[in-house]
Design a protein around this ligand. Sequence first.
Ligand code: ATP
Length: 245
Amino acid sequence: MSTPLLEVSDLYVKYGNIEALHGISFTVGEGEIVTLIGANGAGKSTTLMSVSQLPPPEAPKVISGDIKFRGKSILGMAPDKIVSDLHLALVPEGRHIFGNLTVEENLKLATFARKDGQTEINRDYKRVYTLFPRLDERKKQRSESLSGGEQQMLAVGRALMSGTKFIMLDEPSMGLAPLLMYDMFRTLKDLNAEGMTILLIEQNANLALKFAHRGYVIDTGEIVAEGPCDELMEDPEVKKAYLGG
Ligand code: ATP
């Protein structure tokens, strides 16, 4: 098998004295959609935050284990370098957009660390506005006045404007009405068809397992099941605990 794009191995992570991940291991191959599912507090967000190495005070601290990108350890790498050099971007839960800036300004800000040229940046603006026509219509609107769904689109749009080729999404369906949620997932599928690698965490396990290629189930900081999504959906334990029987 070729080297995975992302390989997390035996990761132990703490918040202060409390251990939140107890030896998590998983891989994401280039062009794959992988999902991590699990109950509230299982450790899904902590896993994504550990990979993107967000700065303190939010940061969980890696105690042992490794995070490799294309076979090379990225432990200790600066979070901005992870975005600009590895093209790996996190869309966090809660979105983290700048409410007092317009849609356009938020998108522009996301391009700051790009090393490619204006032609590529313009191509990505076009792509974002084509994928999310609502953002195009609301370019000049202050982001705090966008609806929840529109803010979610902007959060994904910002990741795309950072030049990402690998997007990690923390609960993109959160707060979205069903129609918008399906729209969002369709858009993410389109991005994957264009070559985007996706790591998705979701509480809506039914949705996540239908969307992704492979999945991992996290329970209290440990992986308890893994496999292709169609197999996980048929696993009696997974069905009982996460798919409503
Ligand atoms: P949810 O679906 O509810 O977002 P999750 O699977 O993403 O849950 P995490 O947010 O990763 O779970 O939380 C894992 C564990 O780490 C939980 O016990 C949580 O209380 C703890 N935790 C998370 N963030 C912090 C923090 N900043 N300080 C201390 N403990 C934290």
